[in-house]
Ligand binder design. Structure first.
Ligand code: PLP
Length: 361
């Protein structure tokens, strides 16, 4: 065993020399921010790599969600999932909207479209599902509900760079998708994120919101904006890492499949399913029969310096300091029994084998 301690993830980083080579240009130009040339290049290269219409690079995934809500001028109730990171809900609240929780499909772990309509009121303005662990939501069913009730759809696509539906990037669905380029994600800029939209008008509006709401000629304030800018230093890291994105994704898929192959015959475990589209294999969650068995396994792994993470635990609808409790029994139950196993570029196959052996025993 060479890489101990082993955490649930570790940032994928391009060789340092390749990063510093790009940084030389930043030093020469002296431009560190304000939609500089590297930010623009990163946006163009991500669009080319993933075949996206428009990508607005921003300082993190949470800001990307807030900007999506701002750009669509939403005020009211937003139906979302309780099985997510707190950022989904804090973004809704910081934009003055009210999160309404819809329980999840126990197999995909995404919002259950069959349960959305019952939650729609005259205050509902949007649906904000999450492509949990990169597994695509049922985008057709969700869009049909949104169209029927005149609602907007914002996807929290923080985990979903590289996930696809019918051969297209999952980021192209909904009015706006918000992704994260955080250190733990498949593609990272240390901190960072992006808004993706097919709508050219929304694209330009998001660019203005990112820059304090300035008009294009910077003589006026024309949007309710703020500072959502990504720096050139972060964009440089994104450009260096983007060259390795495919390799990193293929490596995760190989390790994901190894975990699945050697754990799937364990009768005490179940696994997240993709029902519509293909996930990006960026996380490997395991669902145990009981919380007790999860804790026992987690402790065994910790004894050998292996630290998986309880994503997402607890279910966000139970954070009563932030939101009034709304029952979501499936999310609450699965949150207690789910563990994400280590999965990252430098993780060795022998480490994966050891983790599997500890779990199976
Ligand atoms: C589902 C989900 N949404 C939003 C975010 C926020 O992204 P960021 O950390 O880039 O702000 C995260 C972060 O990991 C996340 O997991």
């Amino acid at each position: 065993m060479s890489n101990k301690p082993i955490f649930v993830t570790r940032a994928s980083l391009a060789p340092l020399e390749e990063y510093t080579e790009i940084l030389k240009g930043v030093w020469e130009r002296g431009i560190l921010t304000h939609n500089g040339p590297l930010v623009q290049q990163l946006e163009a290269d991500i669009c080319a790599e993933l075949n996206l219409s428009h990508f607005v690079a921003v300082s993190n995934g949470t800001i990307a969600l807030q900007m999506a809500i701002k750009a669509l001028e939403l005020q009211g109730e937003i139906i979302t999932t309780p099985f997510t990171w707190i950022a989904t809900v804090s973004a809704i609240k910081w934009e003055g909207c009210t999160p309404v929780f819809c329980d999840i499909d126990p197999e995909t772990l995404n919002i259950d479209p069959a349960k959305i309509e019952a939650l729609i009121t005259d205050k509902t303005v949007a649906i904000m599902p999450v492509h949990v662990f990169g597994v695509p939501c049922d985008v057709d069913a969700i869009q049909a509900i949104a169209d029927k009730h005149g609602l907007k759809v914002i996807y929290d696509a923080a985990h979903a760079i590289g996930s696809t539906y019918q051969g297209k990037s999952i980021l192209e669905f909904g009015d706006i998708s918000a992704t994260s380029l955080h250190a733990t994600k498949l593609l990272n800029t240390a901190e960072g994120g992006g808004c993706i939209t097919k709508n050219k008008g929304l694209f330009h509006k998001l660019q203005r919101i990112r820059f304090f709401g300035h008009s294009d000629d910077k003589t006026d304030i024309v949007e309710d904006g703020f500072n959502g800018k990504l720096t050139e230093v972060h964009a440089a890291l994104g450009l260096a890492n983007l060259k390795y994105h495919k390799q990193v994704a293929e490596d995760r898929k190989r390790k994901y499949n190894l975990y699945l192959e050697l754990l799937q015959n364990n009768p005490e475990l179940t696994f997240q399913k993709s029902k519509t589209g293909e996930c990006n294999y960026s996380y490997f969650p395991v669902i145990f029969e009981s919380e007790e068995k999860l804790l026992k396994t987690e402790n065994k792994l910790k004894e050998t310096q292996i630290y998986p993470r309880r994503y997402f635990y607890p279910s966000v609808n139970t954070y009563t300091k932030v939101v009034p409790y709304q029952p979501c029994p499936i999310s609450e139950d699965i949150s207690k029994r789910i563990l994400c196993l280590p999965l990252y570029w430098e993780l060795k196959e022998e480490d994966v084998q050891q983790i599997i052996q500890i779990i199976n025993s």
